[in-house]
Design a protein around this ligand. Sequence first.
Ligand code: CUA
Length: 167
Amino acid sequence: MNIHTYEKLWLAAAMVLIVGFIATITYGSVGVGVAMIDDSEATLDPNDLGEDERFAEPRVEHVGDNEYEAYVVARQFIFQPNPIEVPAGSTVTFYVTSADVIHSFSIVGTNANTMVIPGEVATMTVEIDEPGEYGILCNEYCGAGHHDMEGLLIVHPEDEFDLEGEE
Ligand code: CUA
């Protein structure tokens, strides 16, 4: 069988594309720094967040030198706590869950953006460098008050920050 040179070239190009697509998909699911939502973590009851030790009191906790954990509850049509306050130069891990329907937790001007699903905990670690005020928005339509659902992240200059209740 005689295959024309151009046809061979097209065949080779198609193979390269197919391998490229497979590589892209593979990287997108198991590549360095790529995290998928998994279902290994226990779910929680969105109607009973008051009984959950992480979310009964939405708050920011100081867990290490420059490390903070924020436990955030999204509900129609607010974020708790509000505002969320942390110092500049810190690493903050946000744990976000919903008390009712699907929301999102999106920090304006950053790439921090996650869906918030009732029963699930979205986890996101963010390096916070610059002092300032950042809006927090809900990007998932969640009901009549969706467009008013917003929060505030206040990043204080490092030397002026004092987490309430800390000695
Ligand atoms: Cu919450 Cu839209």
